[in-house]
Design a protein around this ligand. Structure first.
Ligand SMILES: NC(=O)c1ccc[n+]([C@@H]2O[C@H](COP(=O)([O-])OP(=O)(O)OC[C@H]3O[C@@H](n4cnc5c(N)ncnc54)[C@H](OP(=O)(O)O)[C@@H]3O)[C@@H](O)[C@H]2O)c1
Length: 315
């Protein structure tokens, strides 16, 4: 496993991060969650992402139980707040009251004294940006969080918050967590250049397009128990993207790679990239995905992948 600095910060993390969404405290049993987390550690993954809203707090709780018997210093734990966790007008948002109470709740569920990376889960246009920044800066100074970052933010908001931090002499955000994969590239042209400019590390979510960029959907069918089962939106995307997925898989197999390895290695070659955040329901998936670390793609490889991604008209 290779390690990278998270943006321009001094925090070093594995270049593959493991996320909790849907699976931990939800789709898979706690014993299976422990097996997935153990497999990640064995592969050298030391960077883990969750959020207060995942499984209504249960994802943080199960991670907290797992972390208890580990050396906390060797783990980088990221979580998030902003979406609704309790009733009332301050039960959600990026205002000081919500952030402070949500942070205390996450610390309790995770059974830890500090959060390494605290992220605002999505923009809150009802709250002045300065208030959000000051609350996060205070949490850093109080030792409750070590760093903070944004999720689902656009380029303009990233730039504005960086200018505000400079002006007010506050800590700056060090990371951006947006949806980004070979099949979802909106953030690439808009946010990637801004992240490079601001020294912000990208930690993209759903880097395998929720599993579509793995071997198991290549015959066009939805396997029993997979995330696409009963998920009409994902099944539709499978149909739409199947020719591209097949062409990418052919390219990967010719280089002795699995499609998931290629998809993650491709992200790791993009500007501002620190660590794609994978999800996994089984230890084997973690092992396969972790092996993308260190895969080298040449300029020619990247150009050929671009041609595949642009579709038949680009050829
Ligand atoms: N900030 C946000 O708004 C936001 C939104 C979404 C996610 N996230 C974060 O990003 C993390 C990852 O998102 P994601 O789960 O969508 O990522 P993903 O890696 O694109 O998809 C993960 C899912 O794909 C399947 N899979 C993964 N590796 C596989 C392999 N090698 N072979 C076959 N199937 C495989 C598994 O599902 P099945 O086995 O069930 O098919 C797995 O749970 C989340 O846990 C969360 O931390 C953040």
């Amino acid at each position: 496993m290779n390690y990278r600095r998270l943006g321009r910060s001094g925090l070093k993390v594995s270049e593959i991060c493991l996320g909790a969404w849907i699976n931990f405290g939800g789709k898979i049993e706690d014993t299976d969650t422990f097996a997935v987390l153990d497999a990640a550690l064995e592969e050298g993954i030391d960077f883990f992402d969750t959020a207060d809203v995942y499984a209504g707090g249960k994802a943080e709780e199960v991670m907290g139980r797992w972390m208890k018997s580990r050396d906390r210093r060797t783990l980088t734990i990221a979580t998030k707040c902003r979406w609704r966790m309790w009733d009332g007008p301050n039960g959600e948002g990026a205002g000081r009251k919500h952030i402070m109470d949500a942070c205390d709740d996450s610390l309790r569920r995770l059974q830890t004294d500090y959060i390494d990376l605290y992220q605002i889960h999505g923009p809150d246009r009802d709250t002045p940006a300065e208030e959000t920044l000051r609350a996060l800066d205070d949490l850093v100074r109080a030792g409750k969080i070590r760093y903070f970052g944004w999720s689902n933010y656009d380029a303009e908001m990233i730039g504005e918050s960086a200018r505000l931090s400079e002006k007010l002499l506050l800590n700056r955000a060090i990371s951006l967590q947006n949806n980004y994969s070979m099949l979802v590239r909106g953030t690439e042209k808009r946010e990637n250049p801004r992240c490079v400019q601001e020294g912000i590390g990208l930690i993209p979510y759903s880097p395998l397009a929720q599993g579509l960029l793995s071997e198991k959907y290549l015959d066009g069918a939805v396997p029993a128990g997979s995330r696409a089962e009963g998920n009409e939106g994902l099944a539709k995307r499978l149909n739409e993207n199947l020719p591209t997925m097949k062409a990418l898989a052919e390219f990967a197999h010719a280089r002795d790679l699995r499609l998931s390895q290629l998809a993650l290695a491709w992200l790791l070659h993009q500007p501002a990239m620190t660590a794609p955040i994978i999800g996994a329901t089984r230890p084997e998936q973690v092992k396969e995905n972790a092996s993308a670390s260190g895969v080298k793609l040449s300029g020619d490889d990247l150009a050929q992948i671009e041609t595949i991604l642009k579709g038949p008209e680009a050829k």
